[in-house]
Design a protein around this ligand. Sequence first.
Ligand code: HEM
Length: 141
Amino acid sequence: MAAIPLRIITLNEVQKHNKPTDLWMIIHDKVYDVTKFCHQHPGGVEVLIDCGGQDATEAFRDVGHSDYALTMLNPYILGEINNNKPSETKSFDDVKNNNKEEGTKMGLLLPRFSIYHINIFIIILLIICIIIIQLIKWGNL
Ligand code: HEM
């Protein structure tokens, strides 16, 4: 079965959607509406708002997102960008530097403590507990 062609969206149109309540961005020439997703983003909502209405390809790549992160994008696709030449794209460093002063004040430059971090913390805690239980069983403690 032939794939349904994606809606063609102009950069002008994307640029209008740059608010937390209406947030679009371009990643790899595809346009995504991440309004609903942004509050679940493991890297925090602020970095996404900062890329709102823009091409976030480089910033997305700079962070070294997992394949899982790529698949998470699928439900939010709106269409594809209509430019023939590559659009101007912000790197993750640009995003950080643009907001250096304000970001530092608000503590936004550090990734927020999220469910993603809590999961890693719980896994490490579990491993430590298992090691302690084993040591007690073997009479080392
Ligand atoms: C809208 C598309 C995006 C999706 C679906 C997404 C998804 C994710 C996911 C699943 C993670 C957890 C780590 C992983 O699995 O890779 C993550 C972490 C992160 N993301 Fe994104 N992301 C998006 C866009 C962005 C953009 C545009 C930026 C930067 C401006 C960014 C910055 C970060 C940061 C800083 C982390 C935390 C990395 C860490 O704690 O080690 N993300 N993101």
